[in-house]
Design a protein around this ligand. Structure first.
Ligand code: GUN
Length: 289
């Protein structure tokens, strides 16, 4: 059984990205710049954006951190996004989701200029991805494909089962897995699926992005399957300094007994999401210069 080391793959790719960013600076005088907008104080979001900003700095990129109060209005946020769309020092704009309830995620995301949409969340980029045009690929799904390849699996002709149909992970990862260059056969399961295990038992690779711990257990796997666990669940644990521990959507111990390879939580998908964000930001800066 192999633990797929997302941190290691992320470190390899980040070294390449940092060296490319340095070359862009030396040759064209351009430092890739990312604006990270966080509205409110959702603890998980605070920890994600902090990690994104740190990763930017480590890759020699410029990051502009914009932390706004929960009371920010949609109009204020839209005005900020428009200003950043026109700011030549900023190549990528990231609005951390979820936004407070009084703000429509979609209106804000679609205000981001597609050429600065390094999350790949705008309707324009999602549409381009679906029809196979050049676009920014969404970071977590793109990172998942890289992790599966890193585990040594050639996806062509394999059966991938995706659990979850979110716009951020489930739907786009299903699209990427089934693209001709990847060529997997894809089944998408969700909360309406009857007898989930009957599908996962047929899978060569299972991507679980359900947002619920224990969604996938070892008895639901075909021996030798590869498991990609996208879940990040905070489980109360008073013995930990922060009062919680992180668990994925897969039951690690039982899955590890049956799978050929599995991503850990933390240290699997998470570091790759941030890496693909850096990748897209570098790409945006290259295209703009
Ligand atoms: N919320 C959860 N994941 C993500 C992500 O990848 N990008 C943004 N902007 N928000 C998120």
């Amino acid at each position: 059984m192999e633990i797929i080391d997302g941190k290691k793959l992320a470190a390899n790719l980040r070294a390449e990205i940092a060296s490319d960013a340095a070359a862009l600076k030396a040759e064209k005088g351009v430092t890739p710049g990312l604006a990270v907008i966080l509205v409110g104080e959702n603890p998980a979001s605070v920890s994600y954006v902090t990690a994104k900003e740190k990763a930017c700095a480590e890759a020699g990129m410029y990051s502009r951190e914009i932390r706004l109060p929960e009371s920010t209005t949609q109009e204020e946020l839209l005005a900020l996004v428009k200003e950043l769309n026109g700011d030549s020092a900023i190549h990528g704009i990231l609005v951390q989701l979820p936004l407070p309830k009084h703000i429509a995620d979609k209106a804000v995301i679609d205000a981001i200029a597609p050429e600065k949409d390094v999350d790949g969340f705008t309707a324009v980029n999602v549409g381009r991805m679906l029809i196979g045009e050049e676009c920014f690929l969404p970071c977590t799904p793109h990172g998942i494909i890289k992790l599966i390849e890193f585990s040594g699996m050639d996806l062509a002709g394999k059966h991938a089962v995706v659990i979850g149909r979110s716009n951020i992970v489930g739907k786009p990862v299903a699209v990427l897995l089934s693209r001709k260059e990847t060529n997997a056969t894809v089944t998408m399961c969700h909360t309406g699926t009857r007898d989930l295990a009957s599908f996962t038992r047929q899978a060569d690779v299972v991507v679980v992005a359900a947002g619920r711990p224990g969604t996938l257990t070892g008895d639901m796997l075909k021996p030798g399957a590869v498991v990609i666990d996208v879940g990040v669940n905070r489980i109360k644990d008073e013995t930990r300094p922060k009062g919680f521990r992180l668990a994925g959507d897969a039951d690690f111990d039982s899955c590890a007994k049956v799978a050929r390879a599995i991503t850990p939580v933390p240290g699997g998908v998470g570091p790759m999401t941030i890496t693909m964000l850096l990748w897209n930001t570098l790409e945006a800066a290259k295209r703009a210069s």
